[in-house]
Every structure is written in C-alpha cells, then in structure tokens.
Design a binder for this molecule. Structure first.
Ligand code: UD1
Length: 355
C-alpha cells in the first residue's frame, strides 16, 4: 500500500517519526510531503535528523503568509503531487493549515483520507486550529483518535463509523526519547542550573501572541514567577513581541531558542513545572509527571486537568498564582496509550483497504 503523509509544522514532524517507522516495518510505501509551513532549521530540519525521519520526498516550500494565502498555496501545489504519486491513502497529522490543505486536496482528488489525532476539540471557534480539525475530521474516510474523549466527540458528530481509537503517537516517541536522554545533562541558558528549580515555558498561539495587551500581561506574569522561567521562544513569539515593543527577557524570564526534541524532553524532565500554550507539551509534561500550567481558557487534553497534573490559567492575572500551586498527587493512569499507537494507526489504514 502507498501512503502519502502531509506535514508542515513542528509537532507534525514528531508524530511522523513513529508513523514512518511503523510503515517501514509493515513494508508499505511511504511518500513524505513537507509543505514548508515551518522552515527554520530549528523548527524543522533538526526534527528530521534527531528523530531519524527520512528526508521529505516533496518539499512545497510554501512558507509563512496569512491563513487563506498559506492554505490556498498548499492546496494549489498538492494536485500535481497527488497526480504524480497517486497514493492509496493521504495521511494528515492534526490541526494546522498544512493539515486542512492536505485534507481538501485528497478529497477533491478522490483519494481516501486518514486523519491522525482526530476528534480533538477545544470548542473555541476563534482558534484557527479548531476549524482545521473539525473540517478535516468531517472530510476524512478514517479518523484515528488518540483518546476516549476524542472518540466521544467523533461519535457525537456522527463519525463513529469512520473512527478508530489508536492511542497517541506522541506517547510512542516520548517514551523512547525519555529513556535515551535521561542520563544526559539538560541544556539550559546561562545562570539556570539543573539542580535548582526552574520552569520551562513556551508560547506561540495566536490568541496569546497577537494581542499586545494580553502578551504584555502574560510576559509580566512570567517575570514574577518565583524560580527562573526558561522561555523557549517560538519565531511567532519573537516576531510579535518585537512588533509590539515587548521585552521578553525580564524578571525571572531567561529567553532561549526552541530546542530540538530530545533536548526539549530532557529540559522538561528536570523542570519544577512547565508553562505553555502548546498542546503537545501539556501531554509531554503529564507523561513525564511534571506539573503543567496552560496559558489558555480551555484545553483539548482534558485528561491532564482531570488527573490534577495540568491547570488552566486563561487569565494572565492569575498565572503566577496558578504556577505556585501545590504539587499534584501521583497517578498511574495512561489516558494517552501505551506507546504503540503508530502500529495501530498503520494497521487501521491497512484494514480500511486500498484506493
Ligand atoms: C502552527 C499551527 C499550530 C501549531 C504550531 C506549532 C496553524 C494555524 N497553526 O502555528 O496549530 O501548534 O504551528 O508550532 O497551522 N515562523 C518562522 N519560522 C518558522 C515558522 C514560522 O519565522 O520556521 C514565523 C512566521 O513569521 C510565521 C509565524 O512564525 O508568520 C507563525 O507561523 P505559522 O505557520 O503561522 O503558525 P504557528 O504559530 O507556528
């Protein structure tokens, strides 16, 4: 069977790694299309290198633009790619503009579409990711859900017949990488020491970065956190802070570049807490049993909150106080699967049949 993966943004490269391994192990042909949504070396290339992902077969080099332009350029470029490779299935990975473009191009060419990480919902229609994931789930022939909660959402939207619970492929990667890096020293900015408490922070969602008053209030709150806050600055954050005249390096904040995946996991493992608006990092913190504070009013990964390891701090005025809350109690729950989700995803696609 020939499967064509469409990826473009950092978290999708992480999810692609175990899928590429599982496809290879089962002897399927795999074509990787990189849209170019993320193009900085430390947002893209290092993930392919560190996670042993084969180089993309096709690179669309679309780059940054407004949502419609970026999505439209990807869609326009995909027809030729799908004509040339004629895959049995197109596989898309989550909620980005690259995903919705890959999904639309597949259905318009009549090629079966599978959506990995299907069924996630924030129920916040102001998020571009929410439109992308709802549209993609409803376009897909096969929805590969990471959790029971995601399966419930799909059922409620009438998609039960096309949905399969496979688990979370990010768990597959995390468990492997955690074991590889645990004896290494974390890579921290000058003045931050692994044997003293520090927090690891990331911020990139449009709702947090694009409103100057909100971004200013979040940065001010991070500056007040008791221990050093290592802020791994996504390009969108640096760009918006620069445009808005907001200094990121203030108070407790130590700014650093985004880290490659193994170094990120190592830095998170030794942190006293994680502060983030990333979906992936909320789960990674939970799997490493590091308390997480999420700078949003809602989360798709509700299990992390229900089990006490994640707290929402949508209001920046409460952020410092939420970060300082008491440690949660231990849990052995595994809502994100057992580390074998990619194998199940590939089996589900194979079972769903050929083009
Ligand atoms: C995108 C996804 C988001 C995902 C995130 C992971 C959408 C709508 N959003 O958000 O769901 O959680 O990726 O990071 O698809 N930039 C660079 N270099 C890069 C990439 C981006 O400088 O390699 C800058 C560009 O100026 C761009 C900005 O960062 O305008 C934001 O990038 P964009 O692709 O719009 O979305 P993200 O914020 O990364």
């Amino acid at each position: 069977m020939k499967i064509l993966s469409v990826v473009g943004a950092r978290p999708q490269f992480v999810k692609l790694a175990p899928i590429a391994d599982a496809l290879r192990a089962e002897g399927h042909e795999h074509v990787i299309v990189h849209t170019g949504q993320h193009y900085d070396v430390n947002m893209s290339d290092v993930f392919f290198q560190d996670l042993g992902i084969p180089a993309p077969d096709v690179h669309l080099a679309i780059g940054s633009a407004s949502h419609g332009r970026q999505t439209g350029a990807m869609l326009a470029a995909m027809d030729e790619v799908l004509e040339q490779h004629s895959p049995d299935w197109v596989l898309v990975y989550g909620d980005t503009n690259s995903t919705v473009a890959g999904a639309l191009s597949a259905v318009k060419m009549g090629i079966p579409l599978a959506h990995l990480e299907a069924g996630l919902r924030s129920f916040n229609r102001k998020m571009p990711e929410e439109h992308n994931r709802v549209l993609t789930d409803h376009a897909a022939d096969l929805c590969l859900a990471p959790t029971d909660v995601a399966m419930d959402h799909l059922r409620r939207e009438g998609l039960a017949a096309s949905s399969v619970l496979v688990g979370d492929v990010m768990t597959d990667v995390l468990l492997k990488v955690r074991d590889l890096v645990q004896d290494q020293a974390p890579q921290l900015p000058e003045g931050v020491h692994a044997d003293q408490p520090y927090h690891l922070a990331t911020l990139h969602r449009a709702e947090n970065t694009d409103d100057p008053a909100r971004l200013g209030a979040i940065v001010a709150a991070l500056a007040e956190v008791e221990h050093p806050v290592v802020l791994l600055a996504h390009p969108r954050l640096r760009q918006r802070a620069g445009e808005q005249g907001i200094t990121l390096e203030q108070g407790s904040i130590r700014v650093a570049d985004p880290l490659p995946y193994p170094a990120l996991i190592r830095a998170a493992m030794s942190a006293a807490g994680v502060i983030t608006d990333s979906g992936g990092l909320q789960k990674e913190a939970f799997l490493l049993r590091v308390p997480c504070t999420t700078v949003r009013t809602e989360t798709e990964w509700t299990e992390t909150v229900d089990l006490g390891w994640n707290a929402l701090a949508g209001d920046p005025a409460r952020l410092t106080e939420v970060v300082a809350r008491p440690a949660p109690s231990a849990t052995s729950e595994q809502p994100y699967g057992d580390g074998h989700a990619a194998g199940r995803a590939v089996a589900a696609i194979a079972a769903a049949g050929r083009h």
